[in-house]
Design a protein around this ligand. Structure first.
Ligand code: ADP
Ligand code: MG
Length: 683
């Protein structure tokens, strides 16, 4: 077979395997195993050694053992529910093989009298005789049984025996693919090829050896294929020619002068990077990354302003109306009065909406703020020059690609995210974009003081809250959902609200998943205006909203949250220049491991550091629910443990890009590892 049919074979349907019918294939499909290649990543957890056989007299009761026997006598009772029985022997003793729910004909067929048969299973002892009940493994060919049999975490409805049978089949026929990596790269893995690596991955002797060359090579394949796809998308976007924007920095500075703070160096630098992109004739596709409170909004609004004065329209999308409105209000405050600035809300009446849509299509509106509604099909822009998307870390590559296609060629794209993740993950998840990072926070800002408290000490906390309210400060009080699976379970928040209301009459409000959107907005706005002091809520308060006057956050049952999530929650305070406090409350004393994690949070206000440390403890999949978000999930590679491989892949990718090397030899790699729609037209 040639290389192409080799890798195509790996992508073929599961039903092409012996022993896999439509039923089994469907069970596997439910686990997202759609073809032979997918099955390769179903890894054995351990194995049962059936390779050594024993004599009957040496059998150990209760253990999995293999014996070669010869059947002597059948007993097929005619009474229902009594098992069929076959008396067997070797030259040292006798054993009964017991079959429940079996047909006589089947038993006769697999255990013919007088033949030598090898069987394996857990040995029992009953009425002074060894017995083996429903043996899993029976064969005339002892070599089929005398092996190490892998143990898999089973898919319901598929037996271990079937798994082993299927995987053995695949491994035995595993094609040898042409090497896609350069000699230099493959040297890092002692020159082991893909085929051998997969075999080792499934060999009982090497289970869990993730530091070995075969495992690292396969992890590298995965990482590299992701980087390749990212690079191809980048190249495609870079090829798009656009009308460049023309503006004078002088105008931008007039707005900067209106601010009551000066920009940090990182804000200035990232703004410059973005401005340069706006002025170039290549389409911008850039991510602005910065921890909560690092001041991304103003950077994006300045870029928006520059786009508008070069004659284009801008649309700004935020995940919630409240956040969109906050951005809108800021633009209203900062931008010159002659600009047409609009906000579109789900609640706006038909006439208002229609009017806005009209004016967008005639270029009367310069900038529009809203939720995803501003990208619906019926919304047409006359001359869209920049799309800004805030807090959309859950957008996957596919969605971003669609977005970049929308808006047309002249439209630049700026995404913003506060999700602090290690660089290895950024490279993976956002490698299709250019990256601007705001690392430093505004200078005046004092670090948030973080404490942990036992729930039984709530009176201390109340005392503290009273003191804060007295000096005019506001407080967030966060209660987690009691049962994550019931998204509407907000009983703890309701209870706390009732409790606090008595202590602080007319000073407390409540927000939870059942509060309707209008009410929610009213409550948040009145909190913003400092009309009450304590906001009790579940975690529904979105990231990104700026409450400069709130400087205390109390998080109950804090062990329900991951560190990165706690950091994000904590980021709701500490945005103004006041001293802020975060109190983490716990039901009972913390375990050592939990203490270790909480200490990371107390020591540091740096989201990137926190997420990296948290990942070291918990593994990357759990952080901020990446697993659920559909963002790239590696089969073997781990952004923490395999950091060196990510860096190696990055370096190799740069080399290939710079030397303009032909990438067609990587086609099988991409086809096997990334089957997203976006790469259909690549290579
Ligand atoms: P994020 O990066 O989380 O979106 P924001 O843009 O909402 O952060 O900014 C958080 C707060 O910091 C806002 O109140 C904003 O006015 C303020 N801010 C932004 N830049 C600076 C700066 N250079 N100095 C002081 N405060 C700033
Ligand atoms: Mg923000």
């Amino acid at each position: 077979m040639d290389n192409k049919s080799n890798y195509k074979y790996l992508l073929s349907d599961l039903t092409s395997l012996k022993g896999v019918g439509i039923k089994t294939a469907n069970l596997l499909k439910r686990k997202k195993i759609n073809n032979i290649f997918d099955l390769l990543w179903k890894l054995p957890k351990s194995y049962t050694d059936r390779s050594v056989s024993s004599k009957i007299k040496d059998l150990k009761i209760g253990e999995n053992q293999t014996i070669t026997i010869s059947p002597q006598k059948y007993s097929f009772p005619r009474i229902r529910n009594l098992p069929n029985k076959v008396l067997c022997s070797d030259d040292t003793g006798e054993i009964d093989l017991i079959f429940f729910n079996s047909y006589e004909g089947y038993v006769r067929k697999i255990l013919p009298i007088g033949k030598e048969i090898t069987v394996s299973g857990k040995i029992g002892f009953f009425r002074n005789k060894y017995q083996l009940t429903n043996p899993k493994y029976i064969s005339e060919d002892s070599s089929l049984i005398k092996q190490k049999h892998n143990t898999y975490s089973l898919t319901e409805g598929i037996s271990e025996k079937l798994y082993n049978k299927i995987i053995n089949q695949i491994i035995n026929k595993l094609p040898i693919l042409n090497e896609w990596h350069s000699n230099k790269i493959i040297k890092n893995f002692d020159n082991i090829n893909w085929n051998e690596s997969i075999k080792k991955l499934h060999s009982p002797e090497t289970i869990g050896n993730y530091k070995k060359n075969f495992y690292r090579r396969l992890a590298y394949d995965e990482i590299f294929s992701t980087f390749l796809v990212n690079s191809e998308i980048r190249k495609k976007i870079k090829k798009i020619k656009k009308k460049n924007k023309i503006f004078l920095e002088k105008n931008q500075n007039e707005i900067i002068d209106k601010l009551d703070f000066s920009l940090t160096n990182d804000q200035k630098n990232t703004l410059e990077e973005i401005n340069k992109d706006l002025c170039s004739s290549k389409k911008m596709f850039r991510l602005l990354q910065g921890d909560v409170g690092s001041g991304k909004t103003i950077v994006s609004l300045l870029a928006a302003f520059n786009t508008i004065i070069s004659g284009f329209q801008v649309s700004v999308m935020a995940p919630t109306e409240i956040l969109a409105r906050q951005h809108y209000n800021l633009a209203k405050k900062l931008f010159p009065k002659n600009l047409n600035i609009q906000f579109i809300s789900g609640k706006s009446d038909y006439k208002t909406k229609k009017n806005i849509l009209n004016k967008l299509s005639t270029n009367e509106i310069d900038i529009i703020f809203g939720t995803h509604a501003i990208f619906q099909k019926k919304v047409t822009y006359k001359n869209l020059g920049l799309i800004i998307i805030d807090e959309q870390h859950k957008f996957g590559v596919n969605q971003r690609k669609k977005l970049s296609d929308k808006g047309g060629n002249n439209c630049d794209i700026l995404l913003m995210t506060a999700t602090p993740i290690p660089r290895t993950l950024t490279m993976t998840m956002y490698g299709d974009m250019d990256l601007s990072i705001i690392a430093e926070k505004p200078k005046l800002r004092k670090p948030i003081k973080t404490y942990s408290k036992l729930e039984s000490k709530i009176n201390d906390v109340i005392k503290f809250v009273k003191k804060e309210i007295k000096v005019g400060n506001q407080i967030f009080w966060v209660c987690p959902l009691i049962d994550e699976s019931k998204k509407l379970d907000h009983s703890s928040a309701v209870k706390k609200f009732e409790y606090l209301k008595k202590l602080f009459p007319n000073q407390v409000s409540l927000l939870h998943g059942k509060t309707n959107i209008e009410e929610k907005e009213i409550i948040l706005n009145s909190f913003l205006k400092n009309e009450f002091k304590i906001l009790v809520s579940t975690t529904i308060i979105e990231v990104g909203i700026d409450f400069p006057n709130a400087n205390v956050i109390i998080i109950e049952n804090a062990n329900k949250f991951g560190l990165s999530q706690l950091h994000q929650l904590r980021g709701r305070v500490g945005r103004g220049d006041k001293e802020s406090t975060c109190i983490l409350m716990f039901k009972s004393n913390l375990s050592d491991n939990a203490k270790k994690r909480i200490n990371i949070l107390k020591e540091s206000n740096d989201g990137f550091y926190i997420s990296e440390e948290d990942m070291k403890i918990r593994g990357f999949g759990d952080i901020l629910g990446f697993k659920q978000s559909g963002i790239k999930n590696f089969k073997l590679a781990d952004p923490i443990h395999n950091k060196d491989l990510f860096l190696l892949a990055e370096k190799e990718m740069k080399r290939i890009e710079q030397s303009n090397e032909d990438i067609s030899k990587f086609k099988p790699l991409i086809k096997l590892y990334d089957r997203a729609d976006i790469i259909n037209d690549i290579a």
